[in-house]
Design a protein around this ligand. Structure first.
Ligand code: NAD
Length: 360
């Protein structure tokens, strides 16, 4: 049976970077005879414009039927002022939650060719390879009750809830341990157990799961310290596992250690490794439509899709190698450009990866 991949380009730079990623995916499909079939739909602002909601029921059904989803990014100023419950980001939260994509893997890898693009000193970041495992379907982004109102004294008031159950914590902890086991065998669990009840449970459950992984060295760190350590000495980390909101913030921070958010892919997996793959960055409305966005994060998301959902390590390795080749050739989009390199646009970068992949 053919394998179905749903393409959701989204908003802003989404369609531009997706066009390049799809070229790479189609070539990999032919070259490695993967038997993929593709279909495309809308999400986020594009879906609001078409259907009035950020994720239409029929799109969700197609996502459920697909084996994997490749997503660009959603959101933009055009939809910032609409009612909160139907904003573009709600489409993302809904698809993650409806598909049970509870494990978000966000690698922060510094390509040696880009060491000078980091805002940190070369010796602090050279060779960086950290994986952040973020819980994606629980915590404060989904917790109820939530809301806002005007109090009797006329003051505006808003609140959110941060809930975690034992099973939600143990399944994401297991993903963290499993990933650490095949990498550097070190897992750091990040929480705020000195203040939050949900974090106290988090720490207890992670300790319990650790008993099944005696070969992995477990440590705990408060999130404020983790934020500091990530810029002080990021190479001390192998795998970090943390909740939804802490992971959101720390993974963006970790991404900047590598020079550009435009380089970093991500995977969101369910319990059976069905996944949605997307760049770590947003829709970059400030550069949308200019043909200058970096497509490499989305192209590397294709590589993660091949590796994690389809177990096609050779094809995934080949794409990563092709990205290395174009960086060696000195090609750079504006976000990763430095003196002596050739500045290229989105399409030129995508074409270069396609050529490099074809030549491998
Ligand atoms: P952003 O990631 O879109 O942009 C941050 C900065 O990084 C901008 O200066 C942008 O130009 C730059 N940038 C991002 N991706 C780039 C790329 N591939 N190449 C070159 N430069 C790149 O974050 P933001 O500005 O905070 O958010 C913009 C919109 O994206 C908002 O509507 C936000 O809600 C949405 N957003 C969506 C997602 C997602 O779809 N997963 C994630 C984050 C933000």
């Amino acid at each position: 049976m053919s394998k179905q991949i749903l393409i959701l380009p989204g908003d802003g730079i989404g369609p531009e970077i997706m066009a390049e990623a799809v070229k790479v995916l189609e070539l990999a499909n032919d070259k490695f005879q993967l038997g993929f079939e593709f279909s495309e739909d809308v999400i986020g602002g594009a879906a609001i414009d078409k259907y009035g909601v950020p994720l239409a029921d029929e799109t969700l059904e197609r996502a459920k039927a697909a084996d994997a989803i490749l997503l660009g990014a959603v959101g933009g100023p055009k939809w910032d002022k609409i009612e909160r419950d139907i904003r573009p980001e709600r489409g993302l939260l809904k698809i993650r939650s409806a598909l049970g994509l509870f494990a978000n893997l966000r690698p922060a890898i510094l390509y040696p060719q880009l060491a000078d693009a980091s805002s940190l000193k070369r010796e602090i970041v050279a060779g960086l390879d950290v994986l952040i495992v973020r819980e994606l379907t629980g915590g404060i982004y989904f917790g109820a009750p939530r809301g806002s109102k005007t109090l009797e004294n006329g003051e505006r008031f808003a609140f959110d809830t941060l809930p975690y159950s034992e099973s939600e914590i143990s399944r994401i902890a297991r993903v963290g341990f499993d990933m650490a086991r095949v990498r550097g065998k070190k897992l750091c669990s990040v929480d705020k157990a000195n203040v939050l009840a949900s974090s106290q449970l988090w720490r207890e459950v992670v300790e319990e799961v650790a008993k099944d992984y005696p070969d992995v060295e477990l440590s705990h760190m408060y999130v404020d310290n983790a934020a500091m350590q990530l810029v002080r000495a990021p190479k001390q980390f192998d795998v970090l596992v943390t909740d939804n909101m802490f992971g959101d913030i720390l993974s963006d921070q970790a991404s900047m250690l590598t020079g550009s958010i435009g380089m970093l892919p991500s995977a969101s997996l369910d319990a059976n490794n069905k996944g949605m793959y997307e760049p770590s960055h947003g829709s970059a409305p400030d550069i949308a439509g200019q043909g200058i966005a970096n497509p490499l994060a989305t192209i590397l998301s294709v590589s993660m899709l091949l590796r994690y959902t389809f177990n096609q390590a050779a094809a995934a390795d080949a794409i990563e190698k092709a990205v290395g080749v174009v960086l060696d050739q000195g090609l750079r989009t504006g976000d990763i450009w430095s003196e002596g390199c050739k500045k290229v646009g989105t399409r030129e970068m995508g074409d270069a990866v396609v050529s490099a992949l074809r030549a491998l």
